[in-house]
Design a protein around this ligand. Structure first.
Ligand SMILES: [Zn+2]
Length: 146
């Protein structure tokens, strides 16, 4: 993911701490998802995993994706390709941008969002701990190539 980097080791630690024993196949998948630039479906992750480990089972991939989602390490991109694609979740609240032309996923500076959330907390009295803002459009490269 551009802008921010995720250390696959942190994910392995999180998976371990959840009591889930990561196999080498799962380590491969963690590595794939921690480094993606574009939203990835479980099916695509299976394809990529098999390049490195041809015997990787489809069910193992789906189980691992479910586990990573449950742990909050990856998040589903809603309203895009049938909501079946995933991107890594960043620890902070960030705005996720998806280019509808090339599919690039990028986290954008969340400063304005942070301020909006702060205002909402102040006016509502609620304590907001999470957000899932998604922005769709055309990335800078795709606009130039249009
Ligand atoms: Zn694009």
């Amino acid at each position: 993911m551009r802008g921010k980097t995720i250390d696959p080791e942190d994910w392995l630690t999180a998976v371990d701490e959840s009591g889930f024993r990561a196999t080498t196949v799962q380590e491969t998948l963690i590595d794939i998802f921690a480094r993606v630039e574009y939203p990835l479906s479980a099916e695509q992750a299976w394809d990529v995993a098999r390049l490195a480990r041809p015997k990787t089972g489809r069910a193992t991939v789906y189980r691992t994706v479910e586990k990573l989602e449950n742990l909050g390490l990856i998040r589903r991109v809603h309203g895009y390709q049938g909501c079946s694609y995933f991107v890594p979740t960043l620890p902070e609240l960030m705005m996720l941008f998806i280019c509808l032309d090339c599919g690039r996923a990028e986290y954008l500076d969340s400063q304005p969002l942070d301020e909006l959330i702060k205002q909402s907390e102040d006016s509502s009295g609620h304590h907001i701990t999470d957000s899932r803002l998604q922005l769709f459009g055309a990335c800078a490269d795709c606009q130039q190539n249009a």
